[in-house]
Design a protein. Structure first.
Length: 387
């Protein structure tokens, strides 16, 4: 049925009239073969009807008027006005489909007058011709028009349903973000703020602290303050994503700040007891903001995992290499106390590795994580951003 829908589309007028004209030509050729050779008048009226149908195909009302006039002439001059009857009937069909209802009924009345006043044939022939050339095109045209309107309404309902579901989905996501933001603010941020406050108080109320202990307090206080600021920015994003979309600090990092941020992550890991060898390409400072943030977050998460699972004294090698636009990132440790020989989590498990895989996947890369020799290695390649 799809071909039928395309045939009666507004853009199919040329195809429809070409088929009607070909049918008329076939009728004339058949008449010649059946030794009922049409006269010159019939040929002239047929050719004029064919040409008018093609020229006026996109003007159904004018086409109907022309076909009705030719039919009136044919009924007065010809013994067999079949071709002009078909042309006028099809023109009425086109008017019924595409013109306003009032034009449709005026066209039907015009053809009816032509048949009644034409005086062609007996009363039965006139009534039969009226049915074939007027009633049938009207009914068929109304069926096509109503079917098209129903299909259009169904398509609009589907589109409206899709828009409604999208709206409901966006509302549900907004509610979920608000709930997450509330939990982060009321629970996590509260506890982090409390810890930062207590560490700050401890630095001042404990006299004669060992310098190393004081450094630890300072590091914990600075890390907690940074975490609290990140949490507050994340809460702002969750509550109103559109309102902070222009703030690149929430979703990216300035390229020039990446080397310093990586050095800071390495120093933090060293203060926790890790022995870190960092090989960071100078070209890392020219990375785009999104991949720069990914490299920083991956580095922080990987070094934190090493400190957690392998412990102080573990030797770690960090590599951030840039070549041909791609970023090769790797963190590898020697196992430390040997606890990393067995994977702490299955492949794909754990929130840390899961989050790292998701971040890498968004950027078109694939995270490799697993045991190597006595230690553990995490590696990925972040491809060049397509422009």
């Amino acid at each position: 049925m799809r071909w039928a829908g395309r045939l009666f589309d507004a853009r199919g007028a040329l195809v429809r009239w070409v088929l009607v004209d070909l049918a008329g030509v076939g009728f004339l050729v058949y008449s010649v073969q059946a030794h009922r050779s049409p006269g010159a008048d019939q040929w002239v009226l047929a050719v004029v009807a064919f040409a008018a149908a093609l020229v006026l195909r996109n003007r159904p009302t004018a086409n109907l008027a022309a076909q009705a006039a030719l039919l009136a002439v044919a009924m007065g001059l010809l013994d067999d006005p079949t071709i002009n009857q078909v042309g006028a009937g099809w023109a009425l069909l086109e008017v019924t489909i595409w013109a306003k209802p009032v034009v449709r009924w005026w066209g039907a009345g015009l053809l009816s007058v032509v048949y009644v006043a034409g005086g062609y044939g007996s009363l039965f022939v006139r009534v039969f011709g009226l049915m074939v050339a007027v009633v049938v095109p009207l009914l068929l045209g109304m069926v096509v028009r109503i079917s098209a309107e129903l299909a259009r309404e169904a398509s609009e309902r589907v589109a409206e349903g899709h828009r409604r579901r999208e709206s409901e989905l966006r509302a549900a996501r907004a509610d979920e973000r608000t709930a997450i933001a509330r939990e982060l603010h009321d629970v996590v941020a509260h506890h982090v703020a409390s810890m930062v406050l207590r560490v700050g108080v401890a630095r001042h109320v404990l006299p004669g602290l060992d310098p190393q202990v004081s450094d630890v307090f300072d590091d914990v206080h600075g890390t907690g303050t940074t975490a609290l600021a990140d949490l507050r920015r994340l809460v702002a994003v969750l509550r109103d994503p559109d309102g902070v979309r222009g703030d690149a600090a929430l979703t990216a990092i300035e390229p020039a700040a990446l080397p310093a941020a990586l050095d800071g992550a390495v120093e933090t890991a060293r203060r926790s007891g890790l022995v870190v060898d960092a090989e960071i390409s100078p070209a890392a400072g020219a990375l785009d903001a999104v991949r720069g943030l990914a490299v920083l977050r991956l580095t922080q998460e990987a070094l934190t995992n090493v400190a957690k699972h392998a412990g102080p004294g573990t030797h770690v090698r960090l590599v951030v290499a840039v070549g041909d636009g791609d970023v090769t990132w790797e963190v590898r440790d020697d196992g430390g106390r040997g606890t990393r020989a067995v994977p702490p989590v299955p492949s794909g498990g754990g929130h840390g590795l899961t989050g790292m895989r998701e971040r890498v996947s968004v950027l078109g890369g694939e995270l490799e994580a697993g045991p190597v020799d006595a230690g553990w290695r995490v590696r990925t390649i972040l491809p060049k951003v397509a422009t």
